[in-house]
Design a binder for this molecule. Structure first.
Ligand SMILES: C[S@@+](CC[C@H](N)C(=O)[O-])C[C@H]1O[C@@H](n2cnc3c(N)ncnc32)[C@H](O)[C@@H]1O
Length: 392
């Protein structure tokens, strides 16, 4: 493909990404993969260039752009060399018209930028939200006791025990060590959130929003496969991914519980007042994960954020009832917005006098309200809020 044809392909994909963001359709990575599947003539260099154009253009636009072409013209403001590729050639984009306007730049739609500022995220922090995430792995202590030898590449040892970092795009999933369950792909921030739970062998631990079990696997390793570990979620498809992952990782104690939305407590009755620790890795805006899903900022609306904060407050109440006296509730979101982090915890503590907050003891993050916050700029992790609440 010519450089212009690659640019036009990226513009077409961006049109799909914008539509999907407006209508709640498929994520950008799926749309990119679908385009490649339907255009077999694209070689590996073409694919790399097209993918890069798509993601660079998404990062370059703050509010939702009017079209893929406007988004690409926005990117051309940062990379003027792209303007030459609007050359009107057979498969390339038409020449730039005199009245054509590029899409607006910035970090996010205005309302969301305002919320970030109100949550203490300054300009530098905000810009880092749109950087490129490296690839972090966690050494699986259920299978590896000492140093892990023989990986195809040497990773950088990170601040948490058993955490290694590789460059963005490293194909870790093709490695033998991955197939054998010796390593799990997990962002350092997510590893920190698991470590903060402090799960111990023999305890009863509930992972209330387990999803596909990324954190469940880390909790099982911390528990050395001893005790009771409940992995609950309302999403059957996500939860069904835990079984094969647990098998590969040698996790034996994870017990899946599918929840009915609105009736979660009923399925968890057996653990009411029984859990030593409950982890609530709550559904959230994902403002801390824009490095991976930059188009997520076009999907969020104020109404959606309001629904998420109401759900988070409800999940905190459900979790609180599961914790036994002297136990802990660990509240986590991959968001940098106070209404999903420090604000939720403040409201919980006001409404629940028998509870107190204890700052998680981690070599990462900065205090935020009654918890700590990790940020891409400060900690080189996804953005996270982590709080630890103790029941009297
Ligand atoms: C941030 S994700 C969890 C990610 C997961 N813990 C991991 O480490 O991979 C939030 C999860 O909350 C789940 N969820 C949404 N509503 C829920 C509810 N009412 N009860 C329990 N889980 C819920 C979603 O299905 C989603 O899997």
């Amino acid at each position: 493909m010519t450089p212009s044809a690659r640019l036009q392909a990226a513009i077409e994909i961006l049109d799909g990404v914008i539509d999907a963001a407006r209508s709640g359709g498929a994520p950008a990575d799926r749309l990119v993969a679908d385009w490649f599947k339907n255009h077999r003539f694209a070689g590996s260099k073409d694919k790399r260039a097209i993918r890069e154009h798509v993601y660079d253009a998404i990062r370059a636009c703050g509010p939702v752009p009017a079209s893929g072409r406007a988004a690409m013209l926005g990117l051309a403001e940062e990379k003027p060399e792209l303007r030459d590729l609007f050359d009107g050639s057979q498969y390339g984009p038409a020449a730039i018209g005199e009245r054509e306007r590029p899409a607006e730049g910035g970090i996010a739609p205005e309302w969301l930028e305002d919320r970030l500022i109100a949550s203490g995220i300054g300009e530098d922090e905000a810009a880092a939200l749109l950087g490129r995430a490296p690839l972090d792995v966690r050494i699986n202590r259920l299978k590896v006791s000492g140093a892990l030898e023989g990986l195809p590449e040497e990773g950088e040892a990170l601040a948490l025990p058993g955490a290694l970092r590789f460059p963005s795009g490293t194909q870790v999933s093709a490695w033998d060590a991955f197939a054998q369950g010796l390593i799990e792909v997990q962002d350092l921030g997510s590893q920190a959130a698991c470590l903060a739970v402090g799960a111990q062998p023999g305890e009863t631990v509930v992972d209330l929003c387990a999803g596909a079990g990324g954190k469940t696997l880390a909790l099982a390793a911390a528990m050395a496969n001893e005790g009771t570990l409940v992995a609950a979620d309302t999403d059957k498809r996500r939860l069904s991914q835990l079984g094969p992952r647990a098998e590969r990782a040698g996790v034996l104690i994870a017990r899946e519980v599918l929840l009915d939305p609105g009736k979660e407590a009923a399925a968890l009755e057996a653990w009411l007042g029984e859990a030593d620790r409950v982890l609530v890795d709550a559904p959230c805006s994902g403002t801390g994960t824009w490095r991976r899903n930059p188009e997520a900022r076009w999907r969020l609306s104020e109404g959606e954020l309001q629904k998420l904060t109401a759900l988070q407050a409800r999940l905190l109440r459900i979790a609180a009832d599961l914790v036994k006296p002297g136990g802990t509730l660990n509240y986590v979101t991959c968001s940098l917005l106070d209404e999903e982090g420090a604000g939720q915890v403040d409201a919980f503590l006001k409404q629940n006098p028998g509870w107190s907050a204890q700052k998680p003891d981690l070599p990462l993050g900065a205090p935020r309200g009654e918890g700590i916050r990790l940020s891409p700029r400060r900690d080189a992790t996804d953005g996270f809020f982590i709080a630890r609440l103790c029941k009297a």
